[in-house]
Design a protein around this ligand. Structure first.
Ligand SMILES: C[S@@+](CC[C@H](N)C(=O)[O-])C[C@H]1O[C@@H](n2cnc3c(N)ncnc32)[C@H](O)[C@@H]1O
Length: 214
């Protein structure tokens, strides 16, 4: 029987199995074939409805892109968006960003992006923030030797916290930094995310950093 309370995007996701991959990782042989590449492999953690991936992939048709996202609606909206533009070099994974090591071998990824992660502003909730020493260790393990990790947020406290975490982590080095990305020299190559467009429209500053491996 049709259950009207069911999130309609749960069933709609079935139409996009070519793009959206779900747990368990080992049930997705085609995904592991997709990421086995010498071309740049770019990962967006908490990718939302995929604007950043879409625009980055259009600029770089030879690279491969993977987005991690939990919400059904955002995954479906992303897949529809990619198909509308005939983009075939993006896959979406419905899994926690914290479990990224289940989906890639070591030194496989060229770039890992975290854009506007949930800020968990209350002190007692900080343990839920994605950026941690354990996470950075995974990032370091998965990046190619010339790989980079980038972080953008509108949230000053999370940004300062992420800078502290990176400074305390000995194997990644901050090489680009701005407390006002859109008025900085890094803006020229910046690709807007959905959340970023909203903040930009309101005139709020965006915090940005990029790190490479030591
Ligand atoms: C504030 S939104 C930002 C979306 C997008 N990156 C942007 O900048 O427009 C954060 C996104 O991360 C997703 N998310 C939250 N926790 C996550 C996790 N542990 N793993 C993967 N995605 C997560 C949320 O569902 C949401 O879509």
């Amino acid at each position: 029987m049709f259950n009207p309370d069911l999130n309609p995007y749960v069933t709609e996701m079935d139409q996009h199995r070519d793009i959206i991959k779900t747990l368990p990782p080992e049930a997705n042989k085609d995904f592991f074939d997709f990421i086995k590449t010498d071309a740049p492999l770019i990962v967006d953690l908490g990718c939302g409805a995929g604007n950043f991936l879409r625009d980055y992939a259009i600029q770089n048709p030879d690279a491969r892109f993977v987005g991690f996202e939990l919400r059904f609606k955002r995954l479906v909206k992303g897949a529809v968006k990619f198909k509308k533009r005939d983009i075939d070099n993006i896959r979406l994974v419905q899994a926690r960003a914290e479990d990224i090591t289940d989906w890639f071998p070591e030194k496989a990824i060229s770039e890992i992006h975290v854009n506007f992660p949930d800020p968990w502003p209350k002190k007692r909730h900080r343990k839920h923030r994605l950026i941690s020493q354990a996470f950075l260790n995974n990032v370091h393990k998965l990046l190619r030797d010339d790989g980079a990790f980038t972080f953008k947020t509108d949230h000053e406290d999370y940004f300062n916290y992420a800078v502290e975490q990176l400074t305390a982590y000995p194997y990644l080095n901050i090489k680009e930094y701005s407390e006002d990305l859109h008025n900085s020299r890094y803006n020229e190559t910046n690709i807007l995310t959905e959340f970023e467009s909203l903040f930009k429209g309101k005139g709020f500053p965006v915090y940005y950093m990029k790190t490479d491996k030591l």
